[in-house]
Design a protein around this ligand. Structure first.
Ligand SMILES: [Zn+2]
Length: 436
């Protein structure tokens, strides 16, 4: 292999990955998996593809350890959400390098981290690096839709291949400046996706004579209004209390005052702190009569509900029923997905914190809870893995990056790509030096 910088190596690999269309559905991640296999094999990394169906392969690569140390998995996914070329300034699958930014669907979510993880493990392997525990590279299919081809399937069907004490994945890494101090957010927990449906009952009738019927849609609207006005009591989870500690320099306000306090520190802080203080309820879908002139006897409302990590449906249901009050409705939970956490103060946390401290003067790592779901959940649930979401981003503004993910003109700055490679190599060395 010709001598190129790791930055150029990661750039070139990311461009190739973007040029392989892995929009999910249908995904067809095997082409990306084969590309990664070829790249990693060239650097002496052992690679295995695992696939439930041939066109949707997962990559599991290994830099084998000496034994006697914990395993670290660098976790990522190769599928992307769709892209409408008409909304983009450049072809979403061009992988074009323009003004030091690599453009294309998946650049941020998350082929950039796929490429950085691959370059990290490949470059360590070429240098002869031998960790105590195995260093694993795990690029999975089907994260964006999550049917059952990716990590969920792998931990169930091939647990020995993917088991790890520690893992790093997407989820955070944003840099925000609070009171002149740069903070890098690291995701240590996630909320549980826990939607429910309300089936509101009434009595049908002809729409021309509303008096003879009992309109389930109208009744549902009152319940929706109560849900919208509900403000659940805020409380601190350990990660959120630690975050507030960093934000306020140790002067943590009571949970009721948290939103006002963080808002005074940073204009964006409200949007990401508020959903971390309590469960959220967002009515999102409704179904009632299918005929304009028939008053519905039944109205079904779907409510997107997110619980705090560790919070249960059994704990929240009486609170929600209290808010709804009396009425002829049934409440059914339709799903309970995610909601796991990893402790802070672990060797992996130290690896994140030490990297951040060396990065710029005064910088600190700060824990956050992800309001959505990530694949870290499957590792925590199956193996008790200490799983964090962290891919540091210094050059691109966090606000801009958030706008570009799942949207048009997605791109990553090569400085951030290189920073990601540096961090993942640092973490590989830090965890690789531990013994069990
Ligand atoms: Zn993603």
């Amino acid at each position: 292999m010709a001598v190129v910088s790791l930055r150029d190596e990661a750039t070139e690999l990311l461009q190739k990955l973007i040029r392989v269309d892995t929009v999910n559905p249908p995904g067809h991640e095997t082409r990306a998996a084969e590309l990664l296999r070829d790249y990693l094999t060239e650097s002496g990394v052992e690679v295995e593809l695992y696939a439930k169906v041939p066109e949707r392969a997962n990559v599991v690569a290994l830099r084998r350890g000496r034994g006697g140390g914990p395993r670290l998995a660098l976790l990522s996914h190769t599928d992307t959400v769709l892209a409408d070329p008409r909304e983009w300034q450049l072809d979403p699958w061009s992988g074009e390098l323009r003004d030091d930014e690599i453009w294309g669907r998946g650049a941020l979510d998350m082929k950039g981290q796929v490429a950085a993880s691959a370059v990290a493990i490949a470059s360590l392997a070429r240098e002869g690096f031998r960790p105590n525990g195995d260093l694993i590279f795990l690029a999975t299919a089907d994260e964006e839709v999550g049917v059952d081809f990716g990590l969920q399937w792998l931990v169930r069907e091939h647990p020995e291949a993917v088991r790890a004490e520690y893992s790093l994945n997407e989820g955070a890494g944003d840099r925000i400046v609070v009171g002149g101090r740069p903070l890098y957010l690291c995701a240590a927990a996630e909320k549980m996706s826990s939607p429910f449906t309300l089936r509101v009952h009434g009595r049908s009738g002809h729409a021309s004579m509303p008096g003879i019927a009992d309109n389930a849609l109208v009744k549902a609207s009152r319940l929706i209004q109560r849900l919208a006005e509900h403000r659940p009591a805020p409380r601190y989870e350990p990660e959120v209390e630690a975050l507030l500690g960093v934000l306020t320099n140790g002067d943590v306000p009571p949970p009721e005052e948290a939103v006002a306090r963080v808002e005074s520190l940073h204009p964006l802080a409200r949007t990401f702190v508020e959903p971390l203080l309590a469960y959220t309820l967002s009515p999102t879908m409704i179904e009632a009569s299918h005929k304009r002139n028939v008053i519905p006897a039944l109205c079904e409302v779907t409510v997107d509900c997110r619980l705090l990590p560790g919070q249960t449906q059994a704990e929240v249901e009486p609170l929600v029923r209290d808010v709804l009050g009396d009425g002829t409705y049934e409440l059914d939970w339709t799903e309970g997905h995610g909601g796991t956490r990893s402790p802070l103060g672990t060797p992996l946390w130290d690896a994140v914190a030490s990297f951040v401290r060396d990065l710029e003067p005064g910088a600190e790592a700060a824990p956050v809870v992800v309001p959505g779901f990530t694949d870290s959940h499957w590792m925590r649930e199956a193996f008790g893995t200490v799983a964090y979401g962290f891919f540091p981003m210094r050059t691109m503004d966090a606000e801009l990056a958030a706008l570009l993910i799942h949207s048009a003109d997605e791109r990553i700055h090569v400085e951030d790509l290189e920073l990601g490679v540096d961090f993942l190599r640092h973490a590989g060395r830090a965890i690789g030096s531990l013994s069990t």
